[in-house]
Design a protein around this ligand. Structure first.
Ligand code: ADP
Ligand code: NI
Length: 195
């Protein structure tokens, strides 16, 4: 029953996320799931809620313009209990960084941490430029607040300090340091300091 629910959810998100070039492709969902399951190890959580929320967390992302209600409808088709359905929906509602909501359950803290870990480090850097390419925004322009480089100070450099679980804090520290050294190097090459 649990395996079937997960497999049906994998098929559901594969249909929606395959071919995405805005940083929300299937590999993002697979990494968030792996990170979330790692952060959840040994914790008093409902593992099914963690896995389903990891797979479903970007289905209704506002940037992707999908209809509200898709996730609830899917959860109803996989015969989840009402309390698990409500829990998955609550976790997803709390995931968004821009809405700034604090997690109200451990499952929610884990999904926030996992999603944010995938936005930092080498993969976070790669996803940022992929997103900028998909939106036609420049690599860097001091006069353009929508440039890819501006996104680092707007959001990515703030994420490490907001992690909830100890495991995520440790991973984030390392990924944050890598982004900082990338940005120093980017700036040096931008101004020609290394010539
Ligand atoms: P998620 O919820 O998975 O973190 P987002 O929808 O916030 O995803 O963004 C997807 C990816 O695109 C992330 O790696 C994020 O850092 C990046 N991104 C989001 N907004 C911008 C932006 N304005 N410029 C560059 N990258 C962005
Ligand atoms: Ni995400």
């Amino acid at each position: 029953m649990t395996r079937q629910a997960i497999q049906a959810t994998e098929r559901f998100v594969t249909k929606l996320h395959t071919g995405d070039h805005t940083g929300h492709d299937m590999s993002h969902l697979e990494r968030v799931r792996r990170l979330a399951e790692h952060l959840a190890e040994g914790m008093a959580v409902d593992p099914l809620v963690v896995t389903l929320a990891a797979l479903l967390h970007d289905v209704e992302d506002a940037k992707l313009g999908r209809a509200k209600g898709l996730v609830r409808h899917h959860l109803e088709t996989i015969a989840l209990s009402t309390s698990q359905t409500d829990h998955v929906l609550a976790v997803i509602a709390e995931t968004s960084f821009s809405q700034g909501r604090l997690p109200t359950t451990l499952e929610s803290a884990i999904i926030q941490d996992a999603d944010r870990l995938d936005a930092v480090g080498a993969i976070g850097i790669a996803r940022t430029f992929q997103y900028a390419g998909s939106r036609g925004t420049p690599l860097y322009d001091p006069d353009d607040p929508s440039s890819a480089i501006a996104h680092f100070s707007d959001k990515l450099l703030l994420l490490a300090d907001g992690m909830h679980t100890d495991r995520a804090k440790a991973i984030a520290r390392d990924r944050h340091a890598f982004m900082t050294s990338f940005l120093k190097r980017f700036e040096a090459e931008w101004v020609g300091e290394d010539m």
